[in-house]
Write a protein that binds this ligand. Structure first.
Ligand code: PEP
Ligand code: MG
Length: 899
């Protein structure tokens, strides 16, 4: 049987590997092979495969048979290609040894340069190159690097020696050291290694080579690498490859250099070479930041006000070749590349290429421009932008050049940045807003009562609560910047002050909240507005062309609805009517309704609310101009609307003339042990049908008014929450239909409408076949469905979810990203059973998951008609829906087509 191939050679315009062999050769090795194959100048070398790594660990840290011979043969071939020989004192071949897995992985042994140097070969190199200084500079670099990463003698040992030597000799720069100086330093380095290890620095070049190879494989299982793998879901079985490559030298005088570059600007996306280089240096000098690197282009030098010449000016020929290589690489890989290169005595060598990391802004620009250049198609462009990253682009950001005075850092709960006067109460926020002021609402935490204040504020800051706290969820929904859980801030409500970082600020002082970073800053900081036209609009139009699912929004105010339309929402998937009940002009009537003794009293109070609700709905219908609008009838337990605490109760009693004692009694009646599982959702409608009847009437009348105003047909979708039994829905449906008949008769008009339900309870998903007999649509309320499936309170989960994730019990918060196996299975079941009864049933999702790209991919798989999410997530959902449609996730469902 032929011996297994463990080693793949590259260089000299050809290679045994290719880019497609990433799994076997690792990213770096595969790309070195690819660059060789397309004829780019790559120093010759070879890759020891990832399979060796696996075999090494399977075989008790022993190398597989045949490896040694294959490495020796490959090394000899490399020597032949460059006319040198490994370990030859006359004409020594030096190599670099670098790790390189399928995914780049910090924490692993990275690079050893100049391997193959010892006392003899260093002298030979000096003679051969006619440059003693270069040879001993290389040797000292090798000793410190090898000792650090292979022998475990830490880098600071060598830094100390060098610093001390420079002080002794009164040098300030490394470049001032002569060949003899470096020889002295080398002597001291070797002494230190021997002191630390009890044995001398290895002089045998083969021992050096296998030491470095062993260090790469050994580092695959060090603690840092293991942690990184766990966090990024990289399987242990992947292993790493090792790349051994002939050294080229950027430190051979002023016609030599080394550099790193991106083929386009990774922060703006601009099509211009971007990067830096250092003359007479080796790779680690660029990374270490000891010397200040120079610009690649003249333009960049002028913009950066650099004194030193750019590569374009200092090495015009090598620069021209580099530019041509970049063009070539981009055309070949059809993506922006991040490269490393070296110039040795005016000759360019390519050492690495890979797809470059980029900001959201750059990703967008590059994707769109590459389509224009004919490098990629629209579908590829869509796949190149991470939907979640769009969030960075949709909100105002702080001017990066403005000075910042950071008071505290909390959680980046809702992105965007805004400045305003500090206020500590929601009422005050609303009042000041009325007076035209910009305010930042500062609270320990927020509750549903604060909705109004939050809406009035330009930003929200809380000192308690996590990413799914009330403040965080509501702020994200409203698109207000929010920092939550800024625990180092101490609020004193009494004196209306807060203290942070030793500074006390009072009501009316100006602060800035940066919800994208979690920073709270003193004073006003200028912001930059998002750019929604141009590349953004172009990519979005492509996404719209390629997606199957509709994207709707969760919105209940005209402002949110307008924002969502601007972001491309195709209707409202969830209007939570309770938010309307908190508005100042109706909360009193709402409370009177709740406190009424009987249906008659309730109806009287509801009469007062009706015109306001009608107007709410009319506005939403008008803004949506014929697009579907799903309105959910009242959902939360009634006590949420009532005053809390003695003072508030007394105030309310005084204001309304209610009997304080009776009020307290009613409050006690309404108290529940488990309100989330209590008297809420459709259960309210069943106890008090007049509430839902009023809401239905407001919807129908609002729809007729809007239709008359806009001329666009309005088909409201009335949604009943928290249904678990078909009978619940039937009871309510009958009453809503009766209201419709009444309204039609009164107005002499014909109403088009649908009645459907939320699927928020496991029982509803299981009984979907029966429920679909009455429901014309389903909307999966995955917030409650997650809560009820796991039996974990969505309001209290934050307290222990981090423990669960920290202890690896679950990988992800199921309230943020849909739990496919559990909750998702209920969604799938509900969708399938619903369609069995009613094949054309409209299916949507309106929990927080509707704006999460991974959950959206799941929705595509089960064939939902639409996803609905908060306004600022609409673009994210449009892109994510397109990506999942293109990924073909929807191909294997029996699902409904486009609605
Ligand atoms: C849900 O439960 O997923 C939902 C959208 O309703 P709410 O968040 O208002 O309970
Ligand atoms: Mg719900």
């Amino acid at each position: 049987m032929a011996e297994k191939k463990w080693v793949y050679s590259f260089g000299d315009g050809k290679a045994e590997g290719a880019a497609s062999m990433r799994d076997l050769l690792g990213g770096k090795g595969a790309n070195l092979a690819e660059m060789s194959n397309i004829g780019l100048p790559v120093p010759p070398g070879f890759t020891i495969t990832t399979e060796v790594c696996t075999a090494f660990y399977e075989n008790d840290r022993n190398y597989p048979d045949g490896l040694k011979e294959q490495v020796e043969a490959a090394l000899e071939q490399v020597g032949k290609a460059v006319g040198m020989s490994f370990g030859d004192p006359e004409n020594p071949l030096l190599v670099s040894v670098r790790s390189g897995g399928r995914a780049s992985m910090p924490g692993m042994m990275d690079t050893v340069l100049n391997l193959g140097l010892n006392d003899e070969t260093a002298a030979g190199l000096a003679k051969r190159a006619g440059d003693e200084r270069f040879a001993y500079d290389s040797y000292r670099r090798f000793i410190s690097m090898y000792s650090d990463v292979v022998l475990g003698v830490e880098h600071h040992n060598f830094e100390e020696i060098l610093e001390y030597y420079k002080e002794e000799q009164e040098y300030s720069l490394d470049t001032e050291l002569s060949a003899t100086d470096w020889q002295d330093v080398i002597h001291r380095y070797k002494e230190r290694v021997e002191e630390e290890l009890g044995r001398p620095f290895p002089q045998d070049v083969n021992e050096q080579l296998w030491g470095a190879v062993g260090a790469v494989f050994g580092s695959w299982r060090n603690r840092r690498a293991e942690t990184y793998r766990r966090l990024h879901n990289i399987p242990e079985s992947w292993g790493t490859a090792v790349n051994v490559q002939a050294m080229v030298f950027g430190n051979m005088g002023d016609t030599s250099a080394t550099g790193v570059a991106f083929t386009r600007n990774p922060s703006t996306g601009e099509k211009a070479l971007y990067g830096e280089f250092l003359v007479n240096a080796q790779g680690e000098d660029v990374v270490a930041g000891i010397r200040t690197p120079q610009s690649l282009t003249k333009k960049a030098r002028l913009e950066g006000n650099d004194k030193l010449p750019s590569m374009e000016e200092a090495m015009p020929d090598a620069f021209a070749e580099l530019s041509a290589v970049f063009e070539r690489l981009e055309r070949h890989y059809t993506d922006m590349q991040d490269v490393e290169f070296t110039v040795q005595e005016a000759k360019l060598w390519m050492l690495q290429t890979r797809s470059g990391k980029r900001t959201a802004k750059a990703a967008l620009k590059i994707a769109v421009e590459m389509v224009g250049e004919g490098l990629i198609g629209e579908e590829t462009a869509i796949s190149r932008v991470d939907p979640a990253s769009l969030d960075q682009l949709l909100h105002p950001t702080l001017d990066p050049d403005a000075p910042r005075d950071v008071l505290a850092t909390g959680l980046p709960a809702s992105p965007g940045a805004a400045s305003g006067e500090i206020v500590f109460s929601s009422d005050e926020a609303a009042a000041l807003r009325q007076a035209g002021k910009n305010v930042v609402l500062v609270r320990v935490e927020t509750s549903p009562e604060d909705i109004n204040g939050m809406h009035s504020a330009v930003a929200i800051l809380t000192t308690r609560g996590g990413m799914t706290s009330h403040a965080a969820v509501v702020a994200r929904g409203m698109g207000r910047p929010c920092v939550s859980g800024a625990g180092s801030i101490r609020i004193d409500y009494k004196s209306e002050t807060f203290t942070a970082a030793g500074v006390t600020l009072k009501k009316g002082d100006i602060i800035t909240v940066d919800g994208s970073t979690g920073q709270v800053l003193k004073g006003e900081i200028p912001t930059l507005q998002p750019e929604l036209s141009g590349d953004f609009a172009t990519l979005m139009s492509w996404a719209d062309k390629h997606r199957r699912m509709e994207v709707r929004t969760n919105a209940e105010t005209p402002h949110d609805a307008e924002t969502a339309r601007k972001f491309g929402a195709e209707g409202i998937g969830l209007c939570r009517t309770e938010h309307m009940f908190f508005e100042e002009d109706r909360i009193v009537a709402v409370r009177q309704m709740i406190l009424a003794d009987d249906a008659k009293g309730r109806r009287a109070a509801l009469e007062k609310i009706l015109p306001m609700q009608r107007d709410d709905f009319r506005q939403l219908f008008e803004i949506m101009h014929g697009l579907p609008v799903t309105i959910r009838l009242l959902d939360p337990p009634l006590h949420e609307f009532l005053p809390k605490g003695e003072a508030e109760i007394a105030d309310f009693a005084k204001e309304t003339g209610a009997d304080a004692e009776k009020l307290a009694r009613r409050l006690a009646d309404l108290a529940e042990t488990n309100p989330m599982l209590g008297h809420r959702g459709c259960r309210l409608g069943i106890s008090y049908p007049e509430i839902y009847e009023m809401q239905a009437r407001a919807i129908f009348e609002g729809a007729l008014l809007a239709a008359a105003e806009t001329g666009a047909a309005v088909t409201p979708e009335i949604m009943i929450p928290l249904v678990g039994m078909k009978a619940e829905l039937d009871f309510l449906k009958e009453r809503i239909v009766a209201v419709a008949v009444e309204v039609e008769k009164e107005k002499g008009a014909k109403l088009e409408y649908r009645i459907g339900t939320m699927i928020e309870l496991p029982r509803a998903a299981i009984m979907a076949r029966e429920i679909a007999e009455s429901a014309e649509f389903f909307s999966f309320g995955t917030n409650d469905l997650t809560q009820t499936t796991y039996g974990i309170s969505r309001d209290d989960a934050a307290h222990f979810m981090n423990d669960y994730m920290g202890k690896k019990i679950i990988a992800q918060d199921p309230f943020v990203s849909l739990d496919r196996e559990g909750v998702g299975e209920l969604v799938r079941l509900g969708a399938e059973r619903g369609r069995e009864t009613r094949p054309d049933i409209k299916l949507g999702i309106c929990g927080e998951h509707g704006g999460d790209p991974a959950s959206i991919a799941f929705c595509e798989e089960v064939g939902l008609t639409y996803v609905s999410c908060s306004p600022y997530r609409v673009p994210i959902a449009r892109l994510a829906a397109a990506q999942s449609a293109l990924a073909g996730a929807g191909n294997n469902t029996s699902g409904s087509g486009t609605a």
